[in-house]
Structure formats: C-alpha cells, structure tokens
Design a protein around this ligand. Structure first.
Ligand code: ZEM
Length: 293
C-alpha cells in the first residue's frame, strides 16, 4: 500500500554500498559527446563548489547543507550562470535514488567528477538535508574573477581558509573552461580540461601570459598558442608574495597538490553542515575503474 511504501522509505537507512551505487550512476552520466569537451565533470565540480562556497564562518550561514541553489533568486545569481546544466543532469540520478538530499547529491557529484578525471580520492560523507528558499544567502558571497588578491583573501578567509588552502582549491581550474554566455570569459585553462592534474600551476609558471586583446572582460592568454586562458584572480597566484610559494610547490610536486587538494575540497564540501547531522564517518568511494573485476 501507499502507507507501507512511505514507511519503507522513511525507515530506509542508506549504507556505504548505497552511496557507491549513487556514485556509479553519477559517473555514468559524466561522458557526453554533445557537451563541452565531452564531460559534465567540470561543471559538476563547479556546482559542488558554488553550493558550498557561500559559507560565512562568522554567522554560520551558507554552505552545501540546504542546497538552496534550487531556488530563486540564488539560482539566478550571476556567479551561478550555467550551473542549471549540472543540476538538470543530476536530476537523472536523483530520480533513481530519491532518498538522497540535493546537498549530498551535488557534493558527491563533485567528488565523483574529480576521482573519475584521475584526481585524488576525496573523503566524503552523507548528512546534508534539503532546506528552503529562506535559507539562501545573499548574492555576492562567491569570488569575482575580475578582482585582485585582497578580494580573493576576503572571500576565502570568510569561509575559513588560509593562503595555502586557497591556492590548492583554485587548482581545480585544471578542469573545464569559461563560457562567454555564462561568465563572459572564454576558454580553458589547460590542454586537457577533462583530466585533473597540476597542469594549472605548471602553465601559470611555464607559459608567458599576456592580456588578451578583445572586447570581453580582462583575461590573460598564453603567448605561444593563444588557446589557453587565465583569470585575473588566477594570475595573482604567481604574483602575490604569499600565494606564489604554494603555486611553485604544486607546479613541482603533483603528489603534494593531490594530497592538499583532497583535504581542502573535503573541508569545502563540509562547511556549514552541523556535526550532529553527519550520518557516518567519511567514505572513500571507489572509481568505476577500481570496481572492474
Ligand atoms: Zn572557478 N570559475 N573560480 N573554481 N571553476 C570558472 C569555472 C570553473 C572563479 C571563477 O570566477 C570562475 C574555484 C575558484 C574560482 C571551477 C572550480 C573552482 C569560471 C568560468 C569562472 C569565471 C565559468 C563559465 O564561464 O562557465 C574564481 C574567481 C575563483 C576564485 C578566486 C574553485 C575553488 C573551484 C573548485 C574547487 C571549475 C571546475 C570550473 C569549470 C566549469 C566548467 O563548466 O567547465
């Protein structure tokens, strides 16, 4: 009966195996011939980041807990332009696993995308709950790519990160690209935008970067091929005295980057989730490749 179905649903306590099934289904949605560079991975990572990066440590507001980007006006905030593609795609997974919260689904999407793109393992745990439009934070909490080091620090210090963590987090720009119809900026950061690596830092140091001559927003291009880009906020990672020591380290040592990125991305995705809500210790979920025979 309907009542029994509801009871079965409320009594259902998902296990690690259930989350591995969700992970696997997300992984199956990543590849798409008709989208960007053939993968939804980068935009899943961006969704996980924007859902989490609204956190303010002083007030404890924001973060991935309530998945408030489902609602207006947050879904219409300029920084979130284009993230509807990721939310819509992940609905395919939500339909199969209706018991998962949106915050858990979106953050697991980011973890899955990084692991499947040959990135580090990211510990992840369930426990976020769905909230309401009233739980949303005001516009302006996410970074503005046109600004400088002070702005980057103000935004990330508000979330509780230090300079090393800021540099490690922005290395996610190894993945994906800018879209003129979303942010106004144009192009990928690396030659392999669907592979997670330390290429972002290597390119920052090894290429010569010049301001692109165009009518769009101020961005840099690599002098040699003019096919890659850097945002003004990316470039401060090699000009700022404090930031650049970490950028140098991560360019030289991919293992160090992977280790630090794993820790800081896990921290990002947990911001603002009350500790009593966590349903388990963090899991290390397996890649599709690791599950083959
Ligand atoms: Zn991004 N990011 N980001 N970022 N980002 C874009 C794309 C992606 C900044 C930013 O303004 C932009 C972090 C930090 C910062 C990703 C992950 C993470 C784009 C292009 C912009 C403009 C959007 C578009 O046009 O589609 C700024 C200013 C940042 C800090 C100062 C952090 C932290 C991230 C994760 C840990 C990813 C994966 C993308 C690529 C998205 C895609 O669709 O390909």
């Amino acid at each position: 009966s309907a009542a029994q179905a509801v009871k079965a649903k409320t009594n259902f306590v998902p296990t690690k195996e259930d989350y591995q099934k969700v992970y696997n289904k997300i992984a199956e949605t990543l590849e798409a011939d008709d989208y960007d560079d053939g993968s939804y991975g980068p935009v899943y990572v961006r969704l996980a980041w924007h859902a989490s990066g609204t956190y303010d440590k002083e007030t404890g507001t924001g973060g991935s807990n309530y998945a408030t980007m489902r609602f207006e006006p947050e879904s219409l905030h300029g920084a979130n332009a284009g993230l509807d593609t990721a939310r819509t795609k992940l609905e395919e997974v939500k339909k199969l696993f209706p018991w998962i919260s949106y915050g858990d689904l979106w953050t697991l999407g980011g973890v899955c995308a990084i692991q499947e793109a040959s990135g580090p393992k990211i510990p992840w745990r369930p426990g976020r709950i769905d909230g309401f439009a009233k739980d949303a934070t005001p516009d302006g909490r996410l970074p503005d790519a046109a600004q400088g080091a002070d702005h980057v620090r103000n935004i990330f210090y508000r979330m509780g990160f230090n300079d090393q963590e800021i540099v490690a987090l922005i290395g996610a720009h190894a993945l994906g690209r800018c879209h003129p119809n979303r942010s106004g900026f144009d192009g990928p950061w690396t030659f392999s935008p669907t592979t997670f690596s330390n290429a972002f830092y290597e390119l920052l140091w090894n290429e010569k970067w010049t301001w692109k001559k165009w009518s769009g927003p101020k961005q840099l291009e690599d002098k040699k091929t003019k096919t890659l880009m850097m945002l003004p906020t990316d470039y401060v990672l090699v000009t700022d005295r404090s930031f650049k020591q970490y950028t140098k380290k991560y360019a030289q040592d991919e293992q160090a980057f992977f280790k630090d990125f794993s820790a800081v991305f896990n921290k990002l995705l947990e911001l603002g989730v009350p500790s009593q809500q966590w349903a388990s210790e963090p899991y290390e979920l397996k890649t599709l490749e690791e599950q083959k025979a």
